[in-house]
Write a protein that binds this ligand. Structure first.
Ligand SMILES: Nc1nc2c(c(=O)[nH]1)N[C@H]1C(S)=C(S)[C@@H](COP(=O)(O)O)O[C@H]1N2
Ligand SMILES: [Mo]
Length: 202
């Protein structure tokens, strides 16, 4: 994944270029979730890649921790209008997951599935070519449970509701199937640069 770090003072033009329309910058890291934080123990943690109902590969925590790791630094954008610059994440890229499973993407869409019965749909193209990871670390530390630890999806170029916390698997689907927030009026793709907030946004 590309690192686009800025150092020192932010030139105004560069700052403006980094902030998608309708967003404001914050140094906070707000916690947002539809319900209470599920506590997922590492001994029972599993991550399953599946093609519809058919499992393609499953990793336990030790196996997952042995996969190649990627560090990504950049900006994240929540549909509630906060953006945070220069966040640092570490985990396993979706490209490396597919390579470890020895599979090519069987369909063009996925659902990310979580331990709190949350799910969210993402086009496969948005997860490939270094654009997304299953993140286990934030700022060099194991990811806090509030922010999705032990592991969450990170799709930083889409609104942050696509970055499913407490992820337990990725399921390829034949169609683009709406997830939790998409069924409740949020956009099927959620590109912050196009302000794809609600389902009828273009
Ligand atoms: N499993 C799960 N993932 C989730 C959510 C959730 O409720 N459950 N909320 C989403 C929403 S709406 C946002 S804005 C981000 C918030 O992530 P944060 O709490 O780390 O800031 O998580 C997303 N991922
Ligand atoms: Mo959100």
């Amino acid at each position: 994944m590309a690192t686009r770090g800025f150092t020192g003072r932010r030139p105004t033009a560069a700052f403006a270029r980094r902030l998608p329309p309708g967003q404001f910058e914050t140094d906070d890291f707000p916690v947002l979730a539809k319900g209470p934080t599920p506590r997922v123990g590492l001994s029972s943690w599993r991550f399953t890649l599946s093609d519809g109902p058919r499992p393609l590969a499953t990793w336990n925590w030790a196996e997952f921790s042995a996969l190649p790791r990627t560090v990504w630094q950049g900006d994240i954008h929540c549909v509630t209008k906060w953006s945070r610059f220069d966040t640092t994440w570490e985990g396993v890229s979706i490209d490396d997951l597919l390579a470890a499973a020895g599979v090519a993407p069987p369909t063009a869409y996925l659902l990310a599935l979580s331990h709190d019965d949350y799910d969210t749909n993402v086009p496969a193209a948005d997860l490939l070519d270094g654009r997304a990871m299953v993140a286990t670390h934030f700022d060099g530390q194991p990811l806090d449970a509030e922010h999705g630890g032990p592991a969450r999806l990170l799709v930083p170029h889409l609104y942050f509701w696509k970055s499913a916390k407490w992820i337990k698997g990725l399921r390829f689907t034949q169609r683009d199937e709406a997830g939790f927030w998409e069924l409740r009026g949020y956009h099927m793709r959620g590109d912050p640069w196009r302000q794809q907030r609600y389902s009828d946004d273009p």
